[in-house]
Design a protein around this ligand. Structure first.
Ligand code: SF4
Ligand code: SF4
Length: 277
């Protein structure tokens, strides 16, 4: 367990997003929850990502235990990746370098929460804020140093901006809702070599949504039977476009495309067998 006492702490986090540097955070892919799949399946390829986390205290440990699997002193948390990590630009980034989804009032929760992170408790977000600044967000222009109260978005353990707090807790709600699927997927892969490599290394384990779990996941995400078929057809088209147009080697998208195609072929065969003429 990591101890929050080991980290520099802040009374206040001051932040205001400056769109001029969107390429720092809008490259490739974002992360969404099960509750957002319906909003974004027509825009992004959607597949699964697992990450390793260490707990920071007892409260955090029980949260991580609830949403993920526990292995070798780590908690493994699964989410849905939306996009193509190998690209430099997010598919929702407009030519003016602004987020098209934000303009439409549909920005993904994770994108509303950055540079904070909903996998850590609200009262430890100052630690996340500082860590992000040293790592992925080192070129982010949104960190503010003013002496006054301008730009304060988190203070003494709490978010002070209601939209940020709502996005944070809605993301946590999504993590809890999808956790039963993520735990089941973990159980089916934890003995595989690729999973062992992930545990020994750094970074994300990406994989297609297992076909055996696709319909239960879509049902939980609010799709009807007809909607599920539309999801499959749309994702197949989007993956094909990513593989053809961008000429980027993304094996996860390739695997996802092949699995969807196989599923569609089986479906067509089934329909034909029901209507032989
Ligand atoms: S890098 Fe930071 S300030 Fe720049 S667009 Fe992203 S979140 Fe906003
Ligand atoms: S969805 Fe919008 S805010 Fe999120 S990474 Fe893409 S362009 Fe950026």
């Amino acid at each position: 367990m990591l101890d929050s006492l080991d980290y520099e702490r802040l009374d206040r986090c001051k932040f205001s997003c400056e769109k001029i540097c969107s390429l720092v955070c809008c490259n490739g892919a974002t992360v969404i929850t099960i509750d957002e799949i319906k909003d974004f399946y027509k825009i992004f390829p959607i597949y699964i990502g697992f990450r390793k986390y260490s707990s920071m205290n007892r409260e955090h440990r029980s949260f991580l235990k609830n949403i993920g699997g526990e292995l070798d002193d780590y908690f493994i948390i699964g989410d849905f990746i939306a996009g193509n990590r190998f690209k430099n630009y997010c598919l929702a980034l407009d030519t003016d370098n602004l987020c098209r989804l934000q303009k439409e009032g549909k920005k993904p929760l994770q994108c509303q929460v950055v540079p904070f992170c909903a996998v850590f408790p609200e009262n430890m977000q100052d630690i996340v804020f500082l860590q992000q600044r040293q790592l992925r967000f080192s070129k982010c222009q949104g960190y503010k140093e003013s002496n006054g109260l301008d730009y304060v978005v988190w203070q003494d353990g709490f978010f002070t901006e209601s939209s940020l707090r709502d996005a944070f807790y809605n993301f946590q709600k999504g993590l809890s809702k999808q956790s039963k699927f993520m735990k089941e997927i973990l159980l089916s892969i934890y003995k595989e070599d690729f999973f062992k490599d992930f545990m020994e290394g750094e970074g994300i384990l990406e994989m297609p949504i297992p076909i055996a779990m696709l319909f239960p996941i879509l049902y939980e995400a609010g799709f009807s039977e007809e909607g599920s078929l539309d999801f499959i057809l749309t994702q197949t088209r989007i993956c094909q476009r990513e593989l053809n147009e961008n000429n980027l080697e993304n094996t996860v998208i390739e695997d996802w495309f092949n699995e969807l195609l196989e599923l569609l072929n089986s479906y067509v065969k089934f329909i034909k067998s029901q209507n032989p003429l």
